[in-house]
Design a protein. Structure first.
Length: 204
């Protein structure tokens, strides 16, 4: 059976004209190379993270230190992939208006300057994959690819979608038997059917 038969192709689409450097929430999926289950295993509905999986988690949690514009939200390591929610936001904002009664003054060029643009989603994911791959390969005493090329992302448009995604991330180990990345899955998860409308493939 081919890899394509086991893992039906996700739609390699991104939103046309969407600004991927705008402040927004993104649901990400990054898969290990050839879907190798090296990040741990699921037992009795619980994820048992390996040392390699712990290194990946450490890298994810360290992203805000490398990118001040990044805020991380829900995250889970699965045997052969990770899911996470990232927020990209401007690194600073325009100053607040003067307090009532305060003396007013003419705005300066600094006051009028737009906020700094956050890094692109692709830049953040590339850093995550590169740093975590180095750590994983050190633990395995090997070299070579750790992650599949690219990643999948879903622009989170509203709070109901965010809550559904976070619930899926929290329960992902319980749903492993239906996970599309599980080479021995027994069925399709409702979440995959819902997400299929939105998922896109990114370079990174």
């Amino acid at each position: 059976m081919t890899d394509k038969a086991i893992h039906p192709a996700r739609r390699p689409l991104r939103l046309r004209d969407y600004d991927y450097a705008s402040a927004d929430y993104y649901f990400l999926t990054v898969c290990t190379y050839k879907r190798e289950c090296l990040l741990g295993q699921v037992a009795d509905g619980r994820m048992q993270v390996s040392a390699e999986g712990a290194a990946v988690t450490q890298t994810w949690l360290g992203l805000p230190g490398r990118f001040p514009a990044v805020v991380h939200d829900a995250f889970v390591v699965m045997p052969n992939h990770v899911h996470g929610v990232l927020v990209l936001r401007p690194t600073d904002v325009a100053p607040d208006s003067a307090a009532p009664g305060a003396a007013s003054s003419a705005p300066t060029s600094s006051d009028l300057a737009p906020p700094h643009r956050p890094p692109t989603l692709g830049a953040v994911v590339r850093a995550f994959k590169s740093i975590s791959a180095i750590r994983v390969n050190q633990l395995l005493a090997r070299s070579g690819a750790v992650w599949q090329r690219g990643f999948y992302d879903h622009v989170v448009r509203d709070e109901p979608s965010l809550l559904r995604i976070k619930e899926y991330i929290a329960t992902n180990p319980l749903r492993w038997s239906l996970d599309r990345e599980n080479p021995t899955r027994t069925g399709e998860d409702d979440f995959d059917r819902w997400q299929r409308t939105f998922a896109r493939h990114g370079e990174g």
